[in-house]
Design a protein around this ligand. Sequence first.
Ligand code: M6R
Length: 606
Amino acid sequence: MCGIVGYAGERDCTEVLLDALSKLEYRGYDSAGIAVMEQGKIAVEKAKGELKNLRKKIDETHKPDGHCGIGHTRWATHGEPSDINSHPHGNKRISIVHNGIIENYKDIKQFLIGKGYTFDSETDTETVAKLLDYHYEGDPVAAIIKTLKEIRGAYALGILFRDFPDTIYAVRKDSPLIIGVGEEENFIASDVPAILKYTRKYYLLEKNEIATIKADRVAFCDIHGQQIKKEIQVSNLDMDAAEKGGYEHFMLKEIHEQPNAVKTTIAPRIVNGMPDLSECGLTIEALKKYRKLFIVACGTAMHAGMVGKYVIERLARTEVTVDIASEFRYRNPIVTSEDLVIVISQSGETADTKAALHLAHEKGAKVLAIVNVKGSSIARESDMVIYTHAGPEISVASTKAFSVQMAVMYLLAFEMAYAKGHMDKDECERLTKELQNIPALIEETMKCEKQCKYVASKLVTAQSLLYIGRGLDYTLSMEGSLKLKEISYIHSESYAAGELKHGTISLVTDDMPVISVATQSDLLEKMVSNIVEVKSRGAFTITVCKEGTEFSEGIMDEVIEIPQMEDVLMPMIAVIPLQLVAYYTTVLKGLNVDKPRNLAKSVTVE
Ligand code: M6R
């Protein structure tokens, strides 16, 4: 989604803005732009496409020369990706960059047209810029306050006023924004990696707080103009973690980081051999009392929730409903104060998941967040938080975040099963120990990388694929299918293997490869029957199964064997070949692995 940066200080502002924007590229975008105060004027440069297009345009035409400015990477919502629709927007007096969506922009636009304003772009953002201009009578903060009272929707804004050439103004509601604090220089950014090269210190801007940023000071006030004091935060983000570290793509690096990510996530939550989530208030006593669990998330995080459902219901005998966040909020779910709502999110900023959290609160339920990004909105607004320790996930395709989210689901299932008396201490300790072995087993599973590359070579020309599985393997086929389609652009669908014959099998021909996940011993025979069914319709069959699984001759074209492990924990390792196959298929197709078209890392609009 859109990325905002801003700089006030002695350095070459254009260079700082371009560098900071490059650190936000992972969020996904389709155009970029900057506005820099240059000799009393606002110099604006923007270009459709990648940041390098903007760099080229600047190098070939005009490089704004100044020390205070704002920058933006845009992920199109209102209006196609184009030079005109790119941010910043405004006029000679005001320039703004915006992340979010202004819901009532059409009414505001009509009003402003009535006042004689004209519009160049199709964006909602331009209406905010012109509304600010309309309210501006020499006092920027007063104009911002008046504007905030009239706009509806989600936003983070960075604003320049020509009359105040050394100052950036910033405000946010639902979209995140931080203020970086340096020595005689200050910054604004949507996310910490953008400023990490310059400073680790930052302020977290809260809802409707307005920041006034100059090179030597930062001041804050609320929507009534009252000054506020804020505490500086210090980021401990590892700079190298946001670099590729010798790997060709972030996705591959992040796949390989999974053993360590899982280890770091589970280690602090295992005490004396038993799972212990009391850090966030999930004590044995607390776990006993929940009637029902709702897990709400989007995309890959939702798939981790699906794994959680199967495992919690199987072990803890507690009912779990999994919802796609964008559906949960509109189906009037029957959630009560006796239930626990669990929201899962890597970024902690996903708009639909955040809205689900708010709905759960309205219904009186407590919310537990499983989140990767520290201090993110979802983490701050939930009643309890379990941070996953995956480190920054840069590639749009989520991999290591999925594994750590699943790991937390296992800890929760084990502890809940024990709390509710469905598992004795010995069994709980045994399963917890098995979970501790997972990092080593993931490492071993990586040995299938070469074979996954070979399998990928068989898939590059495919138009469409099926992923099938039963039980826990079905949840994984959903994740495998999403991973492949989002980065390789090959259509794929996941199906519960038993459901195929109720319609979908009519699609199967020798043009339709089928990837089966068959790791669950009690379902293996049934899975084999389903694989035979697709094989007899000509499908090229690829099967992920436990080492040593025996199949009759001729039904498997490719078998990817992974280490043996307790059935219930198999998803933790079975996901590895699925991620690697998606990765190598995309590499072989020569596509942009880390930044697939149309997608954003952090989906901050509904
Ligand atoms: O940041 P979140 O975990 O809330 O993001 C949820 C989804 O947008 C995300 O998992 C998405 O599906 C990924 N691109 C999948 O790889």
